[in-house]
Design a protein around this ligand. Sequence first.
Ligand code: BDR
Ligand code: CA
Length: 312
Amino acid sequence: MARKIIIDTDPGQDDAVAILLALASPELRVLGITAVAGNVPLALTQLNARKIVELAGRTDVPVFAGCDSPLARGLVTAEHVHGKTGLDGIDLPDPTLALQARHGVDFIIDTLRGEPAGTVTLVPIGPLTNIASAFRRAPDIVGRVERIVLMGGAYFEVGNITPAAEFNIHVDPEAAKIVFAAGVPLVVLPLDATHKALTSRGWVETMRALPGRCGQAVAGWTDSFERFDKDKYGNQGAPLHDPCTIAWLLRPALFVGREINVEIETRGEFTTGMTVADWWRVSGRPANALFINDLGRDGLFDLLSERIARLP
Ligand code: BDR
Ligand code: CA
C-alpha cells in the first residue's frame, strides 16, 4: 500500500523537483500540498505549488495556502537564490487548478485526525511554520503522525543563510523548536547531506532530452538554481536539497546518518536558527532525530532520472 504523505513546501526549484519525484512515485500517495512562506512570500509559493502540480498533470492533488509569516519574526526570503518568482528558470502558465479554500494548517489537522493514527508522514521542505502551528493548535494530532522527514539544518557543513544556520530553520526557529521537541520520529536531511546531492551537467542534459515537459522544467530550474551555488561555493552543479526527503522515503538505504539529539538555537547572539546536533553524543540528551550526513549520489540521481522520465 502506498505511504500517505503531506508535502509542506515553499517552492523553490528544489522543492519543485521534490514534488515531481513524489508525484511520479507509486509508493507514495500525496494527500495534499501545503504552501508556506519561505523562499518567496506565500502568494508566490502557493501559486508555484499549483503550477508544479499542473505541470505534472496531477490536478487531483489539492494545494492549500498555509502561514504567511513565521511564528514570532518577520519573514526572511531567498530571492537571491531562487529568483523573483521563486521558480525562475522556466516560464510556466498560470495554473487553472484553484487554490483550496481551507487553510493549510486546518488541512494538516483534519487529515491527521481523519486518517488512522500512524499512517500519515509529513514532509516539510520549507520553514516549519505550518507544522508547528498545527501541533500548537491541535496537540492531539502529534501522536498520530507516522514520521516527519524534513529538509533543514546543518552541522559540520554550517550555515548557508548565516554562518551558523540553514535557511529553513533560520526563517522560523521557534517553529523548528516545537517540531524537534514534539517527540515524533524525525528524519533530518541537513546541508551535510544535501550539499552532496549536486547535479552534474550530464544529468541536466539527460533531463532536457526527455520527451516530456517535466524534464525540460527540471533542466531549466536546475540551470537557474546552479548559478547561485557556483558563485557561492565554487561548486559545479546545483544541490537538490529538498528531493532528498522524498528519496529517503523511497530508498532509505541510499542514506547514512546517526540517531542523535538535535536542539534548535532560538536566542543566540550569532547562532539563531542553528541545529545544535550532538553528533558525538556528549550532551547526555536523548536522541530525537535521525540526522543524515551522507548519501549515495549516483543512486539518488538514477532514481530521479527514472522517476522524472515517467512524467508528462
Ligand atoms: C533549503 O532552503 C531553500 O532555499 C531550499 O528550497 C531548501 O529547502 C536549503 O537551505
Ligand atoms: Ca524548500
